[in-house]
Design a binder for this molecule. Structure first.
Ligand SMILES: [Zn+2]
Length: 195
């Protein structure tokens, strides 16, 4: 995938609509890597800086460090594993603890604006930015939209997609891209086993 396409956060295989509201930020955060073909925007500090800048999450003058990069990668994969769990996979132990640690580093605190209560980071910098991703996840878990936030089970894919099907039964990011390939592979293996 083109780096700019990944950075734009607008790639949605299968013509799916993005996740609603702030959950779209979590979806974009997880979809910062094309695991099959590259690139990975969080492969280096420059990429993470670019992504945070593109999302308006980096105050001027903040420099991103190696520890920030590791924290972002850990949080991304913890969120992906929970999205796999939303798609029927066993939950990865420790994933929720990664979210809790990121929330603590960001010093998330409840606020009560007239429109709706929300969690906001007490810290700035990358800790605060990652805290906004965690806060959006928290809100989605409370309003129920989180259950439809899934990761594609094809091993090299893992793309985060929002399942808008009426009975929340979608499995693949795209039937054409991943569902078809996995089914074709299963057909091939059955033929070989039978011959
Ligand atoms: Zn996929």
């Amino acid at each position: 995938m083109e780096r700019d396409a990944l950075l734009s956060g607008t790639v949605h295989p299968g013509g799916r609509a993005p996740a609603p509201g702030r959950l779209a930020l979590v979806q974009m955060f997880v979809n910062t890597v094309d695991r099959e073909h590259g690139p990975d925007l969080f492969a280096d500090v420059a990429g993470l800086t670019d992504w945070l800048g593109a999302r308006g999450l980096l105050e001027p003058g903040v420099t991103v460090g190696a520890a920030d990069l590791e924290a972002a990668r850990d949080l991304r994969e913890a969120l992906r594993s929970l999205m796999h769990a939303n798609n029927g996979a066993p939950e990865q132990p420790g994933a929720r603890a990664v979210l809790e640690a990121a929330a603590a580093r960001a010093e998330l605190r409840p606020t009560f604006p007239v429109e709706a209560p929300e969690l906001v980071p007490g810290r700035g910098g990358v800790d605060g930015a990652l805290g906004r991703v965690v806060a959006a996840t928290f809100a989605a878990m409370l309003d129920g939209s989180w259950a439809r936030m899934k990761a594609c089970p094809r091993e090299v894919c893992g793309w985060a997609f929002y399942d808008r099907s009426s009975n929340a039964s979608a499995t693949w990011c795209s039937m054409a891209v991943c569902g078809g390939r996995v089914k074709a592979g299963a057909y091939y293996r059955r033929r070989r086993a039978g011959s």
